[in-house]
Design a protein. Structure first.
Length: 205
């Protein structure tokens, strides 16, 4: 086996990441099918700003969509970006996602206009995008920097969605999801010196 070949542990982690990503996206489709059959009863579980009921939306909004077209537009980027976030460690990726989920949801609850309802996985998509772009800058790991550059080239234009102006689109969700992604990248960074120190401690033990 060459040094460039992925180790069995890496391949196993990629497999787990793929299973989690496919499972998450499948859940989105099941929920939208349930919403459709119920006459869109689930739509009311989105985030309603500055209301007690809207707090529940922080939990449910990122997995709900306002129709098939809304879900279809989010499916591919959700599948790709969630896999890349999880591929470097499923546990770390889940923690990053939870940070994005909470920061994005609370930001929408605080800042969206009254009377609106916000839902959609794009909050997570923007968070994953910024997380992938910025984590290499914090960790100083070449591989993660390269992935971040490639992700920026492929999806960087999406970041314009954090700006207000598009009717019917929650720029607040995009903005605070992106802020959550930056925060997750900073909180979960693992610089090479820290990694080397951890390995040395394990060997010494």
């Amino acid at each position: 086996m060459s040094q460039d070949s992925p180790t069995p542990a890496k391949r196993a982690n990629w497999l787990r990441a793929g299973v989690w990503s496919l499972g998450f996206v499948a859940m989105l489709w099941v929920l939208e099918a349930t919403d459709y059959v119920s006459g869109h009863q689930l739509d009311s579980l989105g985030i309603q700003p500055r209301t007690d009921a809207g707090l529940l939306g922080i939990v449910f909004a990122p997995v709900l969509h306002f129709g098939w077209a809304h879900l279809y537009g989010n499916t591919l980027p959700a599948l790709v970006l969630s896999f890349l976030v999880l591929a470097s460690g499923v546990g770390r990726g889940i923690v990053a996602t939870l940070i994005i989920w909470v920061v994005g949801g609370v930001g929408v609850w605080l800042m969206s206009p009254p009377g609106s309802i916000t839902a959609g996985t794009s909050m997570l998509i923007f968070g994953w995008l910024v997380y992938l772009i910025m984590r290499g800058l914090f960790s100083h790991r070449i591989g993660q920097i390269v992935i971040g550059v490639l992700i920026f080239l492929a999806y960087g234009s999406l970041l314009l969605g954090v700006l207000p102006g598009q009717t019917g689109v929650s720029w607040q969700g995009h903005l605070f999801g992106a802020i959550g992604g930056a925060l997750a990248a900073w909180m979960l960074n693992d610089p090479p010196k820290k990694q080397a120190s951890n390995k040395a401690q394990k060997k010494a033990a």
